[in-house]
Design a protein around this ligand. Structure first.
Ligand code: PLP
Length: 459
């Protein structure tokens, strides 16, 4: 087959047979092709036509060490040759043990117990089930509910989707697990209270969690799920003191604090865990994505010694698991990935250059359409507004026209792979591999400037 036939075949077969995730399949007709990515190297990816793009989203907040790392491919091949598969259901294999031990050296506090999963949503699902059983085993069987924040994304299994706070993602699947409650997030740009004082806003936002616990009844609430920096809605960092206050609230009402770090762990915020960066100790951490930099799928729920304790007693067990969780190949890849982190000092690199990244993106604030640039580490959201002075946002039709009708395609056509999202107000999300340098920050800024300037003229 020559290149043209190959291209046509992939398009035809893709349109006929592949069910893509979160995708509007109706879009892909004879005039609109599926973008097919065939290769990655460092900060760049290439499509099946040979066109190059800057990967400003690390795939999907995943490829921390960059694309094309042969040593990770080799680690996977070596492990597959030795022991390709064995479950961790009442058995173990060396890589799962060694990785669990290594992860425990990076976690805050006494989070020493690692329950592997295949990905992030499963880790969230696992944390909620573990919290419920923890309270059953310790004599408080009515503590079952989960609290999380509005617009937060926590995954797609029924439990994790119930915890997710984005109504449009849930409607098609109702009824979901009913015992979830959603509280305000830490969007300071649109703070409903204390818009001029970030610390007061943080206290208010934390207190909303306490109010929800009290309204539901503390003896019914098992866990609070929070991301260190909330992704959906466009990167809401925690106000100073927010997590310390949430920790106190959780302790006061005996509610477990789950730090959902599926995006925020493994260097995204310049530390192995976001909770380390913001100085709090949760009871559980959920993580995935950057743990292997995506060279093989893996997630984990990490529990404190206190949470694990009742599961160690007598004949108790956690009747929960996934065939592929803690897969030998994935755990071997994770070990090699973490070797790269340490050898190349990637966390230090993020902390040293995050100021330059922020400064470069903030140049875009001179555009009328850019209302806010926010985030931490290598994790940024750029909120687009209709009127900068009043912060007026776009209505649904305008947002649809701007994001789907123009921006997503224009950015990609201009060689920038990132994300234009409207799960809250319209934002552009940037989360590049941790090897990004000033030249890449500049490339992002310049491409965004040229495309957003065009977008302004269409309004
Ligand atoms: N939790 C958070 C905070 C996430 O960002 C995601 C995915 O982006 C998930 C959970 C779900 O992870 P997965 O897609 O691996 O199931």
């Amino acid at each position: 087959m020559d290149q043209r036939d190959d291209y046509d075949h992939l398009q035809k077969a893709g349109k006929r047979h592949l069910w893509m995730h979160f995708s509007r399949h109706g879009v892909y007709d004879d005039d609109h092709d599926i973008p097919v990515i065939v290769k990655g190297d460092g900060m760049y990816i290439w499509d099946s036509r040979g066109k190059r793009y800057l990967d400003a989203l690390a795939g999907l907040f995943v490829v921390q060490v960059g694309h094309g790392r042969q040593e990770l491919a080799e680690a996977a091949a070596k492990q597959a040759g030795e022991l390709a598969f064995f479950p961790i259901w009442t058995f173990a294999h060396p890589m799962a043990i060694e990785l669990a031990e290594r992860i425990a050296t990076y976690t805050p506090g006494d989070l020493n117990r690692v329950f592997f999963t295949s990905g992030g949503g499963e880790a969230v699902e696992t944390a909620w089930k573990a919290a419920k059983q923890y309270f059953k085993l310790t004599g408080r069987p009515t503590k079952t509910k989960a609290i999380s924040r509005q617009i937060a994304y926590h995954g797609t299994p029924h439990g994790a989707l119930s915890i997710t706070g984005i109504p449009s993602l849930k409607e098609a699947f109702e009824p979901l697990v009913p015992t979830t409650v959603h509280v305000p997030n830490t969007n300071f740009y649109r703070a409903p209270e204390h818009g001029d004082d970030v610390e007061a806003f943080g206290r208010w936002a934390a207190d909303q969690i306490e109010e929800a616990i009290i309204a539901e009844g503390p003896d019914t609430v098992a866990a609070v799920f929070l991301e260190p920096v909330q992704n959906a809605g466009g990167c809401f960092p925690p106000p100073p003191g927010y997590f310390q206050r949430v920790r106190e609230i959780c302790d006061r009402h005996e509610v477990l604090l789950v730090s959902d770090e599926v995006i925020c762990a493994f260097g995204r915020l310049g530390d192995m865990f976001g909770s380390n960066r913001y100085g709090y100790v949760p009871d559980m951490i959920t993580c995935a994505k950057g743990l292997t930099s995506g060279y093989s799928p893996l997630g984990a729920m990490i529990a404190s010694d206190r949470v694990m304790e009742p599961f160690l007693q007598g004949t108790n067990s956690f009747a929960h698991g996934y065939t592929f969780a803690g897969h030998p190949v994935s755990t071997a890849v994770a070990m090699a990935n973490l070797d790269i982190f340490e050898r190349e000092k990637l966390n230090e690199q993020v902390r040293e250059t995050e100021g330059a990244f922020r400064g470069t993106l903030e140049k875009l604030l001179d555009l009328d359409i850019v209302g806010d640039v926010r985030g931490d580490g290598f994790f940024y959201g750029i909120e687009l507004v209709k009127d900068k002075a009043t912060k007026e946002t776009f209505n649904d039709a305008e947002s649809e026209k701007l994001l789907r009708g123009f921006l997503s395609k224009a950015l990609f056509d201009h060689g920038l792979y990132c994300r234009a999202d409207d799960r809250g107000d319209p934002v552009i999300q940037l989360s590049p591999p941790l090897i990004a340098e000033q030249s890449h920050f500049d490339e992002m800024e310049q491409t965004l400037r040229s495309v957003l300037t065009k977008a302004q003229s269409l309004l």
